[in-house]
Design a protein around this ligand. Structure first.
Ligand SMILES: [Zn+2]
Ligand SMILES: [Zn+2]
Length: 276
């Protein structure tokens, strides 16, 4: 199992010279397995990934949504595989994140005049929706994707990918309870090779932004340690945290938990095996 980060920014895209090394695109993760290609979230980072899939001649992809905030769906209208009639796109969401409507209704709603000129229905790709109910996982070949509901405005889920002995958790847009990591996440992540975690705020910033639905790097470390997770990757960087800020932060977290890294666009990691 390999992961590649195509968008690591939280809340809003933040292109510019001050964010060029870590990247300004919003959340999008590629998860490559021998069973197929999975994508988690369709932030602005999915545009470039879509172009690569077209160049590769891919004809099937699975997109999982943690939730439907703009920074996780805004890339949908610019995902070129949607415009290819040969492409089969599986769109997956978990029950708690759908609120009053289906995933299709929510995605179509952002592609309506006068805010967008191309309607959802015009795109010729084959689109198959999978709404995962309670305790229902998504199985493709030997890869199992399970989910857990966590705390975030308008709901969110974290996903866990398991294949053989290898496992990875993608947990963005979540706020921890007072005093430590969410016990639901710790249970869910138990023994995993890799945890990718929302660390949008420093502990000082968090004090001013309680209730905004995001977490901090010390809580990420506590979650990884409590769950016995080998490798911790921090993501959903605040749009105001530029490259210099994130370089400093990387040093701090690396001292606190050696091997911890900050996600950046283009970063590709092998899950498990050699511990990365
Ligand atoms: Zn977000
Ligand atoms: Zn969110």
């Amino acid at each position: 199992m390999e992961v590649e980060f195509w968008g690591v920014r939280g809340s809003i895209a933040s292109a510019g010279s001050r964010t060029s090394r870590y990247g300004g695109n919003t959340t999008c993760l590629e998860v490559n397995t021998p069973d197929g290609l999975f994508i988690v979230d369709a932030g602005t980072g999915i545009r470039a990934l879509g172009n690569r899939l077209m160049a590769d001649g891919s004809d099937c992809v699975h997109i999982l949504f943690t939730h439907c905030h703009w920074d996780h769906i805004q890339g949908v209208p610019f995902f070129s595989p949607f415009y290819d009639p040969k492409m089969r796109v599986n769109l997956v969401a978990a029950a708690p994140t759908m609120g009053a409507g289906s995933l299709e209704r929510i995605l179509a709603a952002q592609m309506q005049p006068p805010t967008f000129p191309v309607p959802w229905d015009v795109m010729p790709s084959q689109r198959i929706f999978h709404d995962l109910g309670e305790n229902e996982s998504y199985q493709i070949g030997e890869t199992t994707v399970s989910w857990v509901a966590l705390t975030h405005p308008n709901e969110v889920v974290a996903y866990r990918f398991d294949r053989g002995e290898t496992s990875m958790i993608f947990c963005t847009d979540t706020e921890h309870p007072p005093g430590g990591p969410d016990p639901r996440l710790v249970d869910f992540a138990r023994g995993a090779d890799m945890l990718i975690y929302d660390a949008q705020y420093t502990p000082e910033e968090y004090e001013e932004r309680k209730g905004f639905g995001h977490s901090t790097w010390p809580i990420g470390i506590a979650a990884a340690d409590s769950a016995g997770v080998e490798s911790l990757v921090l993501t959903h960087h605040d749009p105001d945290h530029d490259d210099r800020f994130l370089d400093q932060l990387a040093k701090v977290v690396g001292k606190e938990r050696p091997g911890t890294i900050l996600a950046r666009e283009g970063l590709r990691l092998t899950v498990g095996g050699n511990g990365s």
